[in-house]
Design a protein around this ligand. Structure first.
Ligand code: 5GP
Length: 192
């Protein structure tokens, strides 16, 4: 997605440890116009896939997932990282190791929001080693629902997440694909 690549080039900051900081439009401050277009791109990519629900993880997945849900006209469920008085039991849970925070969170989804009749589209902001997506696939397995695909805003192709998803035979669509962050520069993958 050209517009997204241009925005990453303009505003992305490469931190050490292979982390791209995009908190001026995606991870902290959010650009609603860009998110709207991201939602439209995901909707175009998955319009034939009979998606009934979008599933993401809080918090950075919510903005692109919501816009994809708007464009596909389906509800959006976000897995929560913390229990609360309103989220106690009847949960699907999975453990997810966070690439950026270096801690393991147990993510939870209330059982009433996913059923075996669903065909879910998993959306997330970044794909690195695939831990977040694997956690959501684990939840999908517990639910017994089908996975229509995975939509990622920014994929880092040199980490193993994409291969995991492809090996599982799941459709993967990434709107920007980064081959390397060498020399603190963003190097995009050539178009397929
Ligand atoms: P994974 O679970 O695929 O290893 O990592 C994906 C998650 O880690 C994303 O949900 C995102 O929050 C975070 N993440 C991974 N790599 C990056 C990165 O380069 N920049 C930012 N801002 N977040 C990242």
């Amino acid at each position: 997605m050209k517009l997204l690549e241009e925005r990453i080039k303009r505003d992305g900051i490469v931190l050490d440890h292979d982390v791209l900081k995009v908190n001026s439009f995606l991870n902290h401050q959010i650009d609603p116009q860009l998110m709207l277009q991201i939602g439209d791109e995901f909707a175009a990519a998955f319009e034939e896939d009979q998606v009934t629900k979008i599933v993401t993880v809080e918090s950075s997945g919510i903005a692109p997932a919501l816009m994809a849900g708007l464009a596909l006209n389906v509800p959006v469920v976000f897995a929560r990282k913390h229990k609360s008085l309103t989220l106690v039991d009847h949960l699907y849970t999975a453990d997810v190791y966070s690439y950026t925070k270096k801690v393991t969170n147990t993510i939870s989804v209330d059982q009433k929001f996913l059923t075996a009749a669903d065909r879910i589209l998993i959306i997330d902001d970044f794909l690195a080693n695939g831990q977040a997506v694997t956690g959501l696939l684990d939840i999908a397995k517990q639910v017994g629902c089908e996975v229509a695909g995975v939509g990622i805003v920014i994929e880092k192709t040199y980490q193993q997440g994409a291969q995991l998803i492809k090996d599982a035979g799941i459709k993967l669509v990434s709107l920007a694909r980064i081959d390397s962050l060498a020399d603190h520069q963003v190097h995009f993958a050539p178009e397929d």
